[in-house]
Design a protein around this ligand. Structure first.
Ligand SMILES: [Fe+2]
Ligand SMILES: [Fe+2]
Length: 240
């Protein structure tokens, strides 16, 4: 009788056992992959803030030969402006990383990751120019990165269209900001100007790409807040 019962139950239990094991394994794998993501994000943050970056494109070079030296004041100001730009690029890495983290759309994630790779060129170029000018990167870079990562996560939580709209607005503000640097740099600081001009053109392309991908305009108060945050960042990074 007992063997008859076992024979009856076995086909019923058999499919359950592997399923429960599979569920437990999948849950474990999900936990592991979450941990992996956190570790990867921390690794990326540390490499952005403290690592040396190499560009995939050559550093933009001036198309004029002008050996007029910069005065000490012009050199100091150019280094301060380049530090501000470098902080902007640190923030760009954090924003794209968090927005890639926050979207569930694999295509959009790939879009953000590709944009972040292109921004790495900007990071490398501004670092190189800072060294040439005898300047240094911002001491507050870990703070800038953390703040921007948080803001990017908030944008991502508002949905993909808003997240893309946030990219459009950010890149447009950076474009305006880089244009203002072209006004402030010494006219004969061709090396800095060449870098800033190419960065500005890239930021325009990033804004257009995000717009075409479906970015929606942000409400005026949000745009105002972003401008205010950018002002605080540029004022501080110019000095620290
Ligand atoms: Fe950039
Ligand atoms: Fe950009």
């Amino acid at each position: 009788m007992a063997s008859d019962n076992t024979a009856t139950l076995t086909p019923l239990l058999d499919p359950l056992l592997p399923t429960s094991t599979a569920v437990a394994t999948a849950a474990h794998a999900t936990r592991l992959s979450e941990v992996d993501r956190v570790i990867a994000a921390i690794d990326e943050a540390m490499r952005t803030v403290w690592g040396q970056h190499s560009a995939t494109r050559p550093c933009p070079q001036p198309d004029v030969v002008d050996t007029t030296p910069l005065s000490a004041e012009q050199q100091r100001e150019a280094a301060a402006l380049m530090r501000v730009n470098h902080v902007g690029e640190v923030c760009a890495q954090a924003l794209y990383a968090s927005q890639a983290w926050g979207t569930r759309d694999p295509q959009l994630k790939a879009h953000f990751e590709a944009a972040a790779r292109e921004e790495t060129d900007h990071l490398a170029w501004t670092e190189q120019r800072l060294r040439e000018l005898g300047g240094r990167t911002s001491l507050l870079n870990p703070l800038w990165y953390a703040g921007a990562f948080g803001i990017g996560l908030l944008a991502a939580r508002a949905g993909d269209a808003v997240s893309l709209g946030f990219v459009v607005e950010t890149e447009r503000q950076v474009e305006a900001h880089l244009n203002s640097h072209l006004d402030q740099l010494a006219p004969h600081d061709h090396a800095s100007r060449a870098i800033v001009a190419v960065m500005r053109d890239d930021e325009v392309a990033h804004a257009n790409a995000a717009q075409e991908a479906g970015g929606v305009p942000l409400p005026a108060p949000v745009r105002g807040l972003m401008k205010l945050a950018a002002k605080v960042m540029t004022f501080t990074a110019h000095r620290i």
